[in-house]
Write a protein that binds this ligand. Structure first.
Ligand code: 0L1
Ligand code: MG
Length: 262
């Protein structure tokens, strides 16, 4: 690690305040260009600890940058991961207050819920499918705290991978009922399709994103516990939204979930 504990604490407080006050900031690597991946995850861990200390619960995990196209664009070979706090959860067909966010975008994702724990190294698609209770549609609302979404990956990891809100819904399905590679995904904004894709856009198979997450956590001596909700990553590019927009995600054989921005 390149940063001392006081700097990590200062950066965690700064980025969390940006989130809570819906204020943008410049990327933290502008001030700390030498920070490393351990520093970035240490800042994210401290943001998580600050929320828990205030009585919030962690209700899920997320994998980000899991589509090959986005990883190539960002020049990385591994996805990133973050967490979802209880107040990020929006009820199905519920509302998101844009005034609480900076510049939200939505991503169509497949959400997994585990029934047994997953622990890397060596976690693979087969282990993920065996450990999955059900899958369902999920919309992630990302809201980078960095001005104009201008960042590098270490800054993004420290900022909890832009996590802000999410909704899950539709008709949860056991994995045996759906081909997660070929499953069709339609994201609609105000009734018009704005992004289309198939599950294979995520690392060839969305379960591969969950396996990667288990393997990344395994390097830290952590596991994905049974009963964990995980967003497996955006299947298409993220779509900007504004007050007045309604967004619906339809996934073949899994029904739909939606949100409104007010
Ligand atoms: O969930 C995601 O894939 C987003 C990762 C962070 C990068 C971004 O804000 O676009
Ligand atoms: Mg996402």
């Amino acid at each position: 690690m390149k940063l001392d504990q006081a700097t990590i604490a200062k950066l965690a407080e700064h980025l969390e305040n940006c989130e809570l006050e819906a204020q943008d900031t410049h990327k933290i690597t502008d001030d700390y260009p030498d920070m490393d991946w351990d520093d970035a995850y240490a800042i994210q861990d401290l943001i998580r600890a600050r929320k828990i200390a205030r009585g919030h619960k962690i209700v899920g995990l997320k994998a980000g940058l899991t589509s090959h196209a986005k990883m190539k664009q960002m020049g990385v070979t591994e996805p990133v991961f973050g967490f979802m706090a209880d107040y990020y959860a929006v009820p199905d067909a519920g509302e998101v207050k844009v005034s609480e966010l900076i510049h939200p975008k939505v991503e169509p994702e497949i959400a997994f819920v585990t029934k047994t724990a997953l622990r890397g190294p060596g976690c693979h698609i087969g282990a993920v499918l065996a450990a999955t209770d059900f899958v369902m549609p999920g919309i992630e609302v990302i809201d980078s705290r960095y001005r104009d979404f201008k960042f590098d990956l270490k800054s993004v990891v420290a900022d909890n991978t832009s996590a802000a809100r999410f909704v899950i819904g539709g008709q949860p399905q056991p994995v045996a009922n759906v081909d997660l590679r070929t499953v069709g995904v339609v994201l609609e904004k105000n009734g018009e399709p704005v992004a289309l894709g198939a599950g294979a856009a995520v690392l060839g198979h969305p379960a591969a994103a969950i396996a990667m997450l288990a393997n990344m956590l395994g390097k830290r001596g952590e596991e994905i516990p049974a009963g964990t909700l995980i967003l497996s990553g955006g299947i298409t590019e993220a779509i900007p939204v504004a007050a007045g927009d309604s967004v619906t995600l339809r996934i073949q054989g899994m029904g739909s979930t939606s949100l409104r921005f007010i």
